[in-house]
Design a protein around this ligand. Structure first.
Ligand code: NAD
Length: 465
């Protein structure tokens, strides 16, 4: 048997929402490279080897199937794979610290540091290490210190290549990104390493879209990109509160300001709030970094983006309770959507978690429906399920969820919720029936005509009483 010689051996440590799709794309675009993804989580690695992947992402399964066991491999054998890799992408999770110094704001770098120590103990040759995880600015400095003070006389070049994909459109984003950013030390060895990684992406991405920079700019750009994106959402959400007081309409405002080419139309949809594993964590990390450099005004400015998001979630729940005659005790409420956005099963930091918890605290009976996120929703609400199993039901069928309900709250902008038979749904509900559109995706006039009382973010209230 002739063993195929690959041009490069690429390893990714961390088989999550970033590691899985990015490496699948590299493998698909670069058949000359061997790409291996390792993880400490055996169940995840097992799932990547089936057709029931551990994460839902449109188009991902097709890409994985195209390359799996050809030049894309999944494994839990971390040391063995570190040994043979030329380039190692580190894509482990970097959650907000929950303990000690910086708890609640700083990044918890324990998984990153463990990975670095794993690399030193297993490596037998020089390697390029690429930070793919989102990290505080200057983390590469610590990585260099840990990795390059080894007693094996090995040299590691550390690069920063933050990932800008958005969940729900990861495959399209990876195939045709706005840009790829690669930061390095501006030394001979750093630039050589950077060119190696530029060479990987250049297999399918036009060279002018591959931006290079110094290490610190690359690390910080990722935090700043997420802070700017989240800030737009908080800005429009803050104005949605004012619209509800003044009969101005937030969709009309988004349209009016978004057509200004200096502002642009994206990320101007008002909603119950942003979620996802990154925005809040990355902004709080930015806040923490600013505070640690004594930049308190800068820290306060960015912290307010998170505060407005918390306010928006609270406002949404408060409004539901007030409109439903100040009590929702024993009332059935259907939550349409639990994922933090459409086209993903990811529920991390989803506003739906906050909404569900608070409604249950008010003794409402919830039925949660979502096409992809019910498994994660059950995990998120586990403590509540234990207390009173009957207070939360789950179904993939929105019609069943709405049956006998007093209210529906739209929490995820799944396309399928736009085109349901709301006449039929209205007929099956308790009266007066309410719809709280937390994503502004429904035809509110039409719903009002059917008989619903309609409360939507940033829109004039429509009620029959
Ligand atoms: N999810 C996104 O949309 C997104 C986008 C851009 C950047 N990021 C960043 O990318 C990083 C990864 O995010 P994610 O969403 O893929 O996280 P994730 O939790 O889905 O995946 C991380 C994986 O790393 C594994 N891991 C942790 N420590 C390990 C170790 N020592 N050895 C081997 N495996 C280990 C975990 O088991 C997990 O499977 C984070 O820093 C995140 O901020 C995420």
């Amino acid at each position: 048997m002739v063993v195929k010689e690959f041009e490069k051996r690429i390893l990714c440590i961390g088989a999550g929402y970033v590691g899985g799709p990015t490496m699948a794309m590299i493998a698909a675009k670069c058949p000359q490279y061997e790409v291996t993804i390792v993880d400490i989580n055996t169940a995840r690695i097992d799932a990547w080897q089936t057709d029931d992947l551990p994460i839902y992402e449109p188009g991902l399964l097709e890409v994985v199937k195209q390359v799996r066991d050809k030049n894309l491999f999944f494994s839990t054998e971390i040391d063995k794979n570190i040994k043979k890799a030329d380039i190692i992408f580190v894509s482990v999770n970097t959650p907000t610290k929950t303990y000690g110094e910086g708890a609640g704001k700083a990044s918890d770098l324990q998984f990153l540091e463990k990975t670095a120590r794993n690399i030193i103990s297993a490596a037998e040759s020089d390697k390029i290490i690429v930070e793919k995880s989102t990290l505080p600015v200057r983390t590469a400095h610590a990585m260099e210190r840990i990795l390059n003070t080894n007693d094996k006389n090995l040299h590691f070049d550390i690069l920063s290549n933050p990932e800008f994909l958005a969940e729900g459109s990861a495959i399209a984003d990876l195939e045709n990104p706005d840009r790829v950013l690669i930061g390095s030390r501006e030394t001979e060895s750093g630039i050589k390493a950077r060119n190696e990684v530029v060479g990987i992406y250049a297999n399918w991405i036009p060279r002018e879209k591959i931006i290079t920079s110094n290490l610190w700019s690359a690390e910080l750009s990722k935090l700043v990109a997420n802070a700017f994106l989240a800030q737009r959402i908080s800005s429009i959400n803050s104005i949605s509160a004012l619209c509800e007081k003044t009969e101005a309409n937030i969709t009309e405002i988004s349209n009016a300001i978004g057509t200004d080419s200096r502002i642009g139309s994206k990320f101007l949809n008002a909603s119950v709030g942003f979620g996802g594993s990154c925005f809040k964590k990355d902004i709080l990390n930015l806040v923490y970094i600013c505070e640690s450099y004594g930049l308190n005004e800068v820290a306060k400015y960015w912290e307010s983006v998170v505060e407005i998001n918390d306010y928006q979630e609270k406002r949404f729940v408060k409004n539901m309770i007030t409109l439903m005659f100040n009590t929702i005790s024993e009332k059935k409420i259907a939550l349409f959507g639990f994922a933090f956005k459409a086209n993903t099963g990811d529920t991390r930091e989803s506003p739906a978690i906050y909404v569900a918890r608070h409604l249950v605290n008010e003794h409402a009976k919830l039925t949660i429906t979502d096409p992809k996120a019910i498994g994660n929703a059950k995990e998120d609400l586990k403590p509540y399920l234990k207390e009173d199993i009957s207070s939360i039901q789950f179904t993939e069928n929105p019609y069943e969820a709405a049956k006998d309900a007093h209210a529906i709250a739209i929490l995820t902008e799944w396309d399928e919720y736009r085109d349901l038979d709301y006449k039929k749904i209205f007929g099956s509900m308790e009266k007066p029936a309410f719809i709280f559109d937390g994503r502004d995706i429904l035809d509110h006039e039409k719903l009002f005509k059917i008989g619903f009382n309609v409360s939507a973010i940033g829109k004039p209230l429509m009620k029959h009483f």
